[in-house]
Design a protein around this ligand. Structure first.
Ligand code: CP
Length: 313
C-alpha cells in the first residue's frame, strides 16, 4: 500500500495495520533525512499548515512545527490564549477564518474529546489530531510504537505495560489501540481508582501490582498523573502514589530481566519515575522525542499526498 486509507488523522481507531506500517516505513526514510547535515526536503513546499493549540504543549507543538518546516511547508501557529476565541468566536468560525487565508491542513490540540472529529465533519480541510482531551493522541501512540519496534525489531507478541493514570490518559487509549493493531499484548497497571471499570473490554489485562507487571512486560510506558483532568482525589498522596506506582533504580535492578522504560512526557521526576531511571540506558524517552519528528513528518507527508491526488481528479 502506498497511501493511507484515511483523509484525516483523527485517532488510531480509524487506522488499519497497513496504514501504521506505511507511516513507519515513511518515518524511517524521514529519520534518515533529519539526521543529515541538511535536514530539509521540499515535499510540502507549496502547502500551508496551521497548528491550533487550545491546550498547553511543549513536545507535540514543537515536534509538529519542526516536522512541517523540515518538509518545507509554510507554518502558522495559533494559541487559544492570545486569540479571539476568548471573545466568543466558535471553533468552526475560527477554523474557517484561518482556512480562508489559504491554509491546507490543520493540526489541532483541544481539551474536548471528539473535537478533531467534530472539526473534520464541519470544515473543508485535512485535520490532524494532536490530542483531544482524555480521548486520543494518535501521533504519540505512533511514535511510541515506532520507538519500541526500533528497539525490539517487531511489536508482534511483545508485552507492553502502560502504568499510571489510565483513566484520564489519551496516550493510554491510543497506545492500546496502536499496539494491539501491531500484534502486541497490553497490560494496564495503576491504582484501582485510575483504571477504567471496563478497560478489559478493549482486550487488555489489568493489574494493581506494579512489581508483578514489570516482571511480565518487555516495555513499561510510565504515564504522568493528569492532575489537570481530575476533579476528585484518586489516591491519598503523591508520596503514596510514588511508593506504589513509581519506578526507581532499585526496582529496575530487582527484576529478573532488563526492560525498556518509556514516558510520553512531561515527566514528574520522583513521582512516576526517578531521575536515575529516566536518565538510565534502559530509558528511551529521548528516542521517543526524536522519533516524534519523523513520525509527524510521515503523517503530514502521507496526508498531503492524498490531498494532491484528490486535486488531480
Ligand atoms: N507527550 C506530549 O503530548 O507532550 P506535550 O503535552 O508537551 O505536547
Amino acid at each position: 500500500m502506498s497511501e493511507l486509507s484515511t483523509k484525516h488523522l483523527l485517532g488510531i481507531k480509524y487506522l488499519v495495520k497497513s496504514d501504521i506500517e506505511l507511516i513507519f516505513e515513511t518515518a524511517n526514510q524521514f529519520k534518515e533525512v533529519i539526521n543529515r547535515p541538511i535536514k530539509k526536503v521540499p515535499s510540502m513546499r507549496d502547502l500551508t499548515v496551521a497548528n491550533l493549540f487550545f491546550e498547553n504543549s511543549t513536545r507535540t507543538r514543537l515536534s509538529f512545527e519542526l516536522a512541517e518546516k523540515r518538509l518545507s511547508a509554510d507554518v502558522v501557529n495559533f494559541s487559544a490564549s492570545s486569540s479571539s476565541v476568548s471573545k466568543g468566536e466558535t471553533l468552526i468560525d475560527t477554523v474557517n477564518n484561518i482556512l480562508a487565508m489559504k491554509v491546507d491542513m490543520v493540526v489541532m490540540r483541544h481539551p474536548k474529546p471528539g473535537a478533531a472529529y467534530f472539526l473534520s465533519q464541519n470544515v473543508d480541510s485535512i485535520i490532524v489530531n494532536a490530542g483531544d482531551g482524555a480521548h486520543e493522541h494518535p501521533t504519540q501512540a505512533l511514535l511510541d510504537a515506532f520507538s519500541i519496534k526500533e528497539r525490539l525489531g517487531s511489536l508482534e507478541a511483545k508485552k507492553i505495560a502502560i502504568v499510571g493514570d489510565i483513566l484520564h490518559s489519551r496516550v493510554a487509549l491510543s497506545n492500546i489501540l496502536c499496539l494491539q493493531k501491531m500484534g502486541a499484548e497490553v497490560r494496564v497497571c495503576g491504582p484501582a481508582t485510575l483504571l477504567p471499570k471496563h478497560i478489559e473490554s478493549l482486550g487488555v489485562t489489568k493489574s494493581t501490582n506494579l512489581l508483578e507487571t514489570l516482571e511480565w512486560c518487555d516495555v513499561a510506558n510510565m504515564l504522568r498523573v493528569q492532575h489537570e483532568r481530575q476533579n476528585l482525589k484518586f489516591f491519598p498522596s503523591i508520596r503514596e502514589y510514588s511508593q506504589m506506582f513509581g519506578i526507581d533504580k532499585k526496582t529496575l535492578e530487582s527484576l529478573s530481566k532488563k526492560i525498556i522504560i518509556m514516558h510520553p512526557g512531561p515527566i514528574n521526576r520522583g513521582v512516576e519515575i526517578s531521575t536515575d531511571v529516566a536518565d538510565s540506558n534502559q530509558s528511551i524517552i529521548l528516542d521517543q522525542v526524536e522519533n516524534g519528528v519523523a513520525i509527524r513528518m510521515a503523517v503530514l507527508y502521507l496526508l498531503a499526498s492524498k490531498k494532491e491526488i484528490n486535486f488531480a481528479k
